[in-house]
Write a protein that binds this ligand. Structure first.
Ligand code: LLP
Length: 462
């Protein structure tokens, strides 16, 4: 299916099918106020990420409501911004961190050890050193480990604290093969060795949990895989609680079945029925041994629809085959379309001019035209969409790229020496710049630091 078939130009009004409950399951790009977004773009320039903290809170609330008895851990990698972390912490979620850098950010945002879960994936030595150090001050921190070798490396550092064993459940799911972790050998201890590895680990560490993650962006069609993973993890928890010899079973506190709850990127795609997913999860994991809780770690679901990326049309180029709309955001600002062929809804907010300099009509008065929206990076893959019907874009128009709050800014980079965009957070209607726009000077900071250190003899990498 081409983008063009799937896309309908969104209406300016909130979609009433979703807003009835007051906390709708998804906020579409059409639900944002066009005037507000246009004002923010005028004030702060483009490309600009806008992240609505109120929506982040609503998403946390829906997760808490659907999983009232579960430990809910926010996968920080989806959006590490301090304002988001503060909102998530205040909403009562824990933090699941993938690196020393994420642990550092979560600590700074006030997540104490008891709310910190570090998932070590082939952890670099420096990350382990850092986290073991943190654990001395925050002994309630948990390290989730997916290889016996990593357990050995922790033991070598004198760590004997809380450990969760990551299992490779042999079943994966997700929006793209690159994000289906569940069956990939890289992640977790193979399922059939997991019980023995967990028991062995309990001799050296305080083993408090078992963990598996199917992958990211699980849509309603993949819920069977999710259920299968959850059922396997429930079975493993029961097996661990009931050893066939005299060794005392590890004192497991939780079974973490990962994150991955998908959000509907396409306008007509229905949102996940979260209460139904929660119910199916509880059923599949049951019966859990006494004292063992369910845990989940969603990232995308918390932040995706709370964010949009604003970008300005700079060049409109009709060609015999397609109409190419050049914008000031590209794969360096939002990598997902180039990396995963990911679909992001795009709404034309207008404001541009015709080639004769006159004001272009409002988007509602323009015809829907199939276009390629291309960024400023010298790569063919640098497109935000192809063959997509948009209200015919004119130079100067503002485009809102929807559902951009998860893995948007986080995967932004400086390729082609492009400074990263700014980010504004909306909090109870008030807007504040929470990540300033990078400057050309920022691009060379690390080189200049290295050169300065070399010149004054302190060493290039100090
Ligand atoms: N837990 C673990 C161990 C994970 O590896 C991940 C995501 C999550 C939780 C959260 O998954 P979520 O609920 O956000 O789906 N850059 C990709 C997504 C990569 C996700 C990696 N792991 C994208 O833009 O789609």
């Amino acid at each position: 299916m081409s983008d063009c078939d799937a896309a309908a130009e969104p209406t300016a009004e909130p979609s009433d099918r979703d807003t009835a409950a007051g906390n709708p399951p998804v906020r579409r790009v059409s639900d944002w106020s066009a005037d507000r977004l246009a004002d923010l773009a005028s004030e702060h320039g483009t490309p600009l990420y806008v992240q609505d903290l109120d929506r982040v809170r609503e998403n946390c609330e829906r997760l808490r409501d659907a999983f009232p008895d579960a430990d809910v851990r926010y996968a920080v990698k989806a959006h590490t911004g301090r304002a988001v972390l503060d909102a998530v912490r205040e909403a009562g979620l824990d933090a699941e961190c993938a690196s020393a850098g994420e642990v550092d950010r979560a600590l700074a945002a006030g997540f104490g050890g008891g709310r910190l879960h570090y998932t070590a994936v082939n952890p670099p030595a420096g990350d382990l050193d850092y986290v073991v150090d943190v654990a001395e001050a925050e002994p309630d921190l948990t390290v989730t480990v997916g290889a016996v070798d990593t357990l050995d490396r922790l033991a070598e550092r004198g760590y004997d604290g809380r450990v969760c064993v990551r299992v490779n459940p042999g079943v994966g799911a997700g929006h793209h093969e690159k994000v289906r972790t569940g069956g990939a050998a890289k992640f977790g201890i193979p399922y059939d060795r997991a019980a023995a590895a967990t028991r062995d680990a309990a001799e050296r560490f305080d083993v408090v949990g078992i963990h598996a993650h199917a992958g990211s962006g699980i849509d309603p069609d993949q819920l069977d895989s999710h259920r299968e993973l959850v059922a396997r993890m429930g079975e493993l928890a029961r097996e661990l609680a009931d050893p066939d010899d005299d060794t005392p079973p590890p004192d497991i506190e939780y079974v973490d079945v990962g994150g991955g709850f998908g959000v509907p990127y396409e306008e007509e795609e229905p949102p996940l029925d979260l209460p139904a997913v929660a119910e199916a999860t509880r059923e599949a994991v049951a019966p859990l041994p006494a004292g063992v809780d369910l845990a989940i770690e969603p990232g995308r679901y918390v932040v995706a629809d709370a964010g949009v990326l604003l970008t300005r049309v700079n060049t409109v180029k009709p060609t015999p085959d397609e109409r190419v709309v050049g914008v000031d955001a590209g794969m360096t600002d939002l990598l997902r379309p180039a990396m995963y062929d990911a679909y992001h809804p795009i709404r034309n907010l207008g404001g541009g001019r015709e080639s004769d300099g006159s004001d272009a009509p409002t988007p509602e008065d323009r015809s829907a035209t199939p276009v390629t929206v291309a960024g400023p990076i010298c790569e063919t893959g640098d497109t935000l969409c192809t063959d997509r019907a948009l209200a015919d874009p004119a130079r100067g128009d503002l485009l809102a790229v929807g559902i951009a709050g998860a893995y948007g800014y986080e995967m932004a980079n400086q390729y082609n020496s492009r400074p990263r965009p700014a980010e504004v957070a909306l909090d109870d209607g008030t807007a504040a710049v929470v990540r300033r726009r990078e400057t050309l000077g920022d691009l060379t900071t690390v080189e200049r630091d290295a050169n300065r250190n070399r010149a004054d003899g302190t060493g290039a990498d100090r």
